[in-house]
Design a protein around this ligand. Structure first.
Ligand code: SAM
Length: 249
């Protein structure tokens, strides 16, 4: 009995996908399918590349050095990348991996490292972060893999925000914001593109908070009466935004 598409392994590939297209896998993905998932000739997987939707493909040549698959049928049409921008001050490695994975699962379209005065980590390993983003995309069945931005200093981000983001509003997660439900704050920006900004473990400096609050496009939002760790605040903010003005409605 053929497995439902929902239960098939999902793999992100760079190759173009289309009816009859052959796709050769790299060593790591080959090892995963052959040695971990124990797949053989004729077994099916779901492939996606962020451009051509999702395709059910079958193993045609389980050669250990590099598996080849052939696309059989499209199982999902390509969906546009979510328009949710997510900015964060990089955290220590382990929690950084967690943060980019959760941002992917929670529907961020752009994941943007923002360097602030108290940011602890500089010079990020982009390839490792991108691998975490892809792994999360494979697991949560998104079809558009979020874009990882190049590190940018907070002052530069703010200086160029309106040039780069037009009408997008920036939801500044601020533990010093007047506490209260974010619903009324977020309802003000319903229908507009938004971004979310989370600070580092050491918080934003007073100068940075002043700079942010001076901007007409910035909406300060409290995430409740307790001080949340940055990665907790990230998930909380993404959940609040998605449930009030995002794609959870
Ligand atoms: N300034 C904090 C302190 O006094 O310990 C440290 C910053 S907190 C660990 C990291 C980031 O999470 C903050 O910069 C903010 O963006 C967000 N955050 C944490 N708790 C929050 C809250 N209650 N409301 C809004 N944002 C919060």
């Amino acid at each position: 009995m053929p497995r439902s598409h929902k239960t098939l392994p999902r793999l992100y590939v760079h190759a173009d996908l289309g009816s009859g297209y052959e796709v050769g896998l790299e060593r790591e993905q080959t090892n995963y399918l052959i040695n971990v998932m124990r797949l053989g000739a004729g077994d099916a997987v779901i492939l996606f590349n962020g451009r051509d939707g999702a395709w059910m493909a079958k193993v045609t040549d389980p050669h250990r050095k590099g598996v080849t698959l052939q696309c059989v049928e499209q199982t999902a049409h390509q969906t546009p990348a979510p328009d949710l921008w997510f900015g964060f001050a990089p955290l220590k490695v382990g929690r950084l991996d967690y943060l980019v994975q959760k941002a992917t699962e929670m529907g961020a379209g752009t994941i943007q490292p923002v360097i602030t005065r108290y940011t602890q980590v500089h010079r990020l390993k982009a390839d490792k972060l991108e691998a975490n983003i892809i792994e999360a995309a494979e697991q949560c069945e998104v079809l558009a893999v979020p874009t990882l931005g190049d590190e940018i200093a907070l002052a530069d981000l703010i200086a160029h925000w309106q040039r780069d983001h037009g009408l997008r509003r920036l939801i500044f997660c601020d533990e010093s914001a007047p506490s209260g439900s974010p619903v009324s704050q977020l309802r003000r920006v319903e229908g507009l593109p938004v971004g979310i900004l989370i600070g580092p473990e050491g918080g934003f400096s007073d100068e940075e908070r002043t700079l942010l609050l001076q901007q007409s496009f910035v909406i300060p939002v409290s995430l409740g009466p307790r001080i949340l760790r940055a990665d907790t605040a990230a998930v909380a903010a993404l959940a609040v935004v998605q449930s009030i003005i995002g794609d959870w409605r």
